[in-house]
Design a protein around this ligand. Structure first.
Ligand code: SF4
Ligand code: SF4
Length: 327
């Protein structure tokens, strides 16, 4: 076992040191998959539940604070729903096979296990966690589920937990057959390499997150800087593949508007019903797009009138005043 873990460490370090080789292999695999199956590279819609808007820590590179002033702590995103309200998701038409349960830190939501056990309308439920809270009880309860699979996507944030504690928790989840992935933000290449090696020697692969990077205190957006450089642009038309549920049940198609708790840009609520139009919608916030939604959004220049002269639905001009004040 130890020998194979050394091989894993060598392989993972090679991948980290040679990202262009990894991208070439991945692109070649995608082309082969498309020619084998005839399936275009279509983006699968992402449904994500933000159970709670609190975290156990305060990472300087947190993308959830990205569109706010750096030291903002007064997020307007408030509220909470009981598990039964989240189980309403099971009965919605056109839902995808999988759903993501996140936060903040979802383990701060007291009835997390009840939510996960009750989401039986989905084949897969992915829980995004930093493992700062001991997951044993929740893992034990959800390991008994037979109707659907639950996976834990664990992110390692070095300032919030010591390596040994995180490793022990991730290993316990792996033994229970529920470890999705372990990820790390590449804050410092020499430390990242050490983590890659130390996790691999314990049989765990980690991947560095590629949406954001860090340079000193500055958060770097790696995927599409123009969309996310916090510089306001002329309005655009935007269509996303996102259905995002805020802690109070309000439904959005955009992380930025959810994080801003921009009620006027919400499409309804899980408890009373919602409808996200399938057309492109006008948006005045291009430039503030969250790094995590690049890949799920399609933007084109604004043409406010369609071919027969009808004006498109225009989302309100954002951000709301509370957010403007906080910048
Ligand atoms: S653990 Fe995740 S959600 Fe919490 S502050 Fe860090 S990056 Fe943000
Ligand atoms: S343009 Fe950006 S901010 Fe506006 S709706 Fe699309 S993803 Fe959200």
């Amino acid at each position: 076992m130890l020998g194979s873990n050394y091989l894993l460490a060598a392989k993972e370090l090679f991948k980290y040191n040679n990202p262009s080789v990894v991208h070439l292999i991945r692109d070649a695999r995608q082309v082969m998959h498309r020619s084998d199956t005839g399936v275009e590279n279509e983006v699968i819609p992402l449904w994500s539940v933000f159970l709670i808007w609190k975290c156990t820590t305060d990472c300087p590179y947190c993308v959830q604070n990205y569109s706010f002033k750096n030291d903002r702590t007064d997020s307007p995103l408030k509220g909470s729903l009981p598990p039964e309200s989240w189980w309403l998701l099971n009965n919605l038409p056109n839902k995808p096979e999988g759903i993501v349960v996140t936060g903040g830190e979802p383990f701060l939501y007291k009835k997390l296990a009840d939510v996960l056990i009750g989401l039986s309308g989905f084949k897969q439920v992915q829980v995004v966690t930093n493992l700062n809270i001991d997951p044993s009880n929740v893992v034990e309860r959800v390991s008994k589920i037979t109707t659907h699979k639950v996976f834990f996507e664990c992110s390692f944030h070095e300032a919030s937990i010591d390596f040994g504690t995180f490793l022990a928790r991730a290993t316990m989840i792996k033994k229970a057959g529920m470890l999705g992935s372990v990820r790390v933000v590449d804050v410092d290449p020499s430390r990242t390499k050490k983590y890659i090696k130390d996790f691999a020697l314990n049989g765990i692969k980690i991947q560095s997150l590629d949406q954001v990077g860090v340079d000193g205190d500055e958060v770097l957006v790696l995927s599409n800087p123009e969309a996310s450089n916090l510089v306001r642009k002329p309005p655009v038309l935007c269509k996303t593949k996102l259905v995002l549920f805020a802690p109070n049940g309000d439904v959005y198609n955009c992380h930025t508007k959810l994080y801003w708790a921009d009620k006027a840009a919400s499409f309804g609520n899980i408890t009373t019903g919602f409808n996200i139009p399938e057309t492109y919608l006008s948006c005045s916030d291009y430039g503030f797009c969250q790094p995590c939604q690049i890949g799920y959004m399609d933007v084109k220049p604004l043409n406010a009138f369609d071919s027969v002269g009808r004006i498109h639905h225009i989302l309100p001009s954002n951000p709301p005043s509370t957010v403007v004040n906080s910048r």
